[in-house]
Write a protein that binds this ligand. Structure first.
Ligand code: S5P
Length: 286
């Protein structure tokens, strides 16, 4: 059956219900953690030194469900950095996603995931993989990664002029479905899989829709979660370049969570005049 990425019906189940459908253990844990902690915010911690990376993780850890890293842009990322990240992940209850975007032949894909200078699979709960090399890397990774690790397939990109077509996206999704215990979900701009257990994460998120001078196409949290049916907002510069990183993270957390509540029909309705009485306090939240 040919899937239409943008014509898929929008999904309404709660994160907990999605967790029950997940056949990948990392996706299952993340969906559950999101509902428990009430956050669908992932921060792209694109720091360039271990100190900056760990400082950011310490500061915004309580607000996030997931910390996304690029170990290869961190000067002297080592086993101590990874160990401290894991410690913080346990302390603040978040998972770690190493955005390696593996795109090579199976043999190299495997070495990049489990060996090399970063030993990614020792500390990351999720690793990103491109579909461009075909199914081989997924088969190889399914044979060597622990069942607690989830692959996120890049099905769409946020950069202006990227070469991904709808047909490519559909093929990546079909490929992902053939590895149910390995593939946690997709990096995409919208809902691309009709499998409720697949987690969708969307980068390119800012307070409002715009394109940056370097061609990053940003959507708002509401567009991503409520309108496009994705599950996780990935926010980078809008948080870590902010004067007050914690306050910025709290703002995105609130916007992302409210958008989710709207999507599942649990948003606090605006106080209606007929329910206001002198004795009953009016709930002004939301
Ligand atoms: O299509 C994509 C996929 C990813 S994972 N576009 C992206 O920007 N990303 C990542 O999201 C990118 O590698 C970076 O870490 C983050 C976006 O950062 P921001 O500063 O633009 O929010």
């Amino acid at each position: 059956m040919q899937q239409q990425a943008s014509d898929e019906p929008k999904r309404q189940p709660t994160y907990t219900e999605c967790a029950a459908h997940s056949t990948n253990l990392a996706a299952q844990s993340l969906f559950q953690l999101m509902d428990n902690k009430k956050t669908n915010l992932a921060v792209a911690a694109d720091a360039q030194t271990p100190e900056q990376l760990l400082d950011l993780a310490r500061r915004i850890g309580p607000e996030i469900c997931l910390l996304k890293t690029h170990g290869d842009i961190v000067h002297q990322f080592d086993a101590n950095t990874a160990a401290e990240l894991l410690r913080l992940a346990t302390e603040h209850q978040f998972l770690i996603f190493e955005d390696r975007k593996i795109a090579d032949v199976p043999h190299i894909a495997t070495l990049q995931a489990i060996r090399g200078s970063h030993w990614i699979s020792n500390w990351a709960h999720f690793i990103s993989v491109h579909g461009i090399a075909g199914e081989g890397p997924l088969k190889a990774l399914s044979e060597c990664l622990s069942k607690e690790c989830g692959i996120l397939l890049v099905a769409q990109m946020s950069s202006a002029g990227n070469l991904i077509t709808k047909a490519y996206t559909n093929k990546v999704v079909r490929m992902g479905k053939r590895y149910p215990s390995l593939v946690a979900g997709f990096i995409a701009q919208e809902l691309v899989s009709n499998d409720a257990g697949h987690i969708h994460m969307t980068p390119g998120v800012a307070l409002c829709r715009h394109t940056s001078t370097d061609g990053q196409q940003y959507l708002s949290p509401q567009q991503v979660i409520r309108d496009n049916g994705s599950d996780v907002i990935i926010v980078g510069r809008a948080i870590y370049e902010s004067q007050n990183q914690l306050a910025a993270a709290q703002t995105f957390r609130r916007l992302g969570w409210n958008a989710y509540l709207e999507r599942i029909g649990q948003a606090n309705p605006a106080p209606s005049i007929q329910f206001v009485s002198a004795t009953a306090p009016t709930n002004h939240s939301g």
